[in-house]
Design a protein around this ligand. Structure first.
Ligand SMILES: NC(=O)c1ccc[n+]([C@@H]2O[C@H](COP(=O)([O-])OP(=O)(O)OC[C@H]3O[C@@H](n4cnc5c(N)ncnc54)[C@H](OP(=O)(O)O)[C@@H]3O)[C@@H](O)[C@H]2O)c1
Length: 203
């Protein structure tokens, strides 16, 4: 698949590399693309570009920016008809220290994105996993990544890409259940095998 990475930091950089190592074509983007060249090392289908170039490049977009840049990203993605894997969490650093929510308490980041980008398919995944757990915990048994999505083809894409990043994909439901799999949700920072995840979902 051809994947544009918007926000190639702790999360986007690592997941993009995992997909590149699995044979997907990946364009890492930044406001300063040159600094991302090391991310493409050893990846046959690895490229760097601006955010605009990454959106042109990938039918699939990994949205992995800091949330304070979300409005800008939404404006760039408007009317672009993409499959967007959203791993952002709607928080910023507060001046007093700690995290401050940037959207209403009763809506998830995924639903907010879906409302803004109706023409795109939204998948929510990876938001409840810490960046430092991404490359450590997916050997045997593999760590589960729960995802939400309202679309049949989107679900197929999510299954393939979560699997190809080395995790066990488990469908958690439609986007209105995304709050549970975002930061501070029911599954925040929970590393589970597939059996543990299925048992937890049934509770
Ligand atoms: N870190 C974690 O453990 C973790 C876990 C789960 C989810 N998340 C979520 O994932 C997202 C990214 O977190 P991170 O830790 O990967 O952050 P990060 O390392 O700071 O990377 C974020 C990237 O966003 C890009 N960015 C910032 N402003 C931008 C703008 N105006 N336009 C385009 N790109 C912009 C930056 O790229 P340039 O400066 O190169 O342009 C930066 O590389 C956040 O929403 C966070 O809540 C983080």
């Amino acid at each position: 698949m051809k994947i544009g990475i918007i926000g190639s930091g702790n999360m986007g950089g690592q997941i993009g590399r995992l997909w590149g190592q699995a044979g997907h074509e990946v364009m890492f983007s930044s406001r300063n693309p040159k600094k991302l060249i090391p991310l493409t090392e050893g990846l046959e289908g690895g490229y760097v570009g601006t955010v605009t170039e990454a959106i042109e490049f990938g039918k699939i977009i990994l949205l992995a920016i800091n949330y304070w840049a979300i409005k800008e990203a939404i404006a760039q993605l408007k009317n672009s008809d993409k499959i967007i894997i959203d791993l952002t969490n709607p928080y910023k650093w507060s001046e007093k220290g700690g995290l401050e929510r940037m959207i209403a308490e009763d809506i998830s980041g995924a639903e907010m994105l879906h409302n803004e980008l109706k023409e795109s398919i939204i998948i929510k995944a990876f938001s409840s996993h810490q960046a430092n757990s991404l490359t450590k915990h997916h050997s045997n048994p593999r760590t589960t990544v729960l995802y939400t999505c309202n679309d049949g083809y989107g679900k197929q894409v999510a299954e393939t890409l979560i699997e190809d990043a080395g995790f066990a994909p488990v469908y958690y439901g439609e986007l209105d259940k995304s709050m549970d799999i975002e930061l501070f949700g029911k599954f925040s920072n929970k590393l589970m095998t597939i059996d543990e995840a299925k048992a937890e979902i049934k509770k």
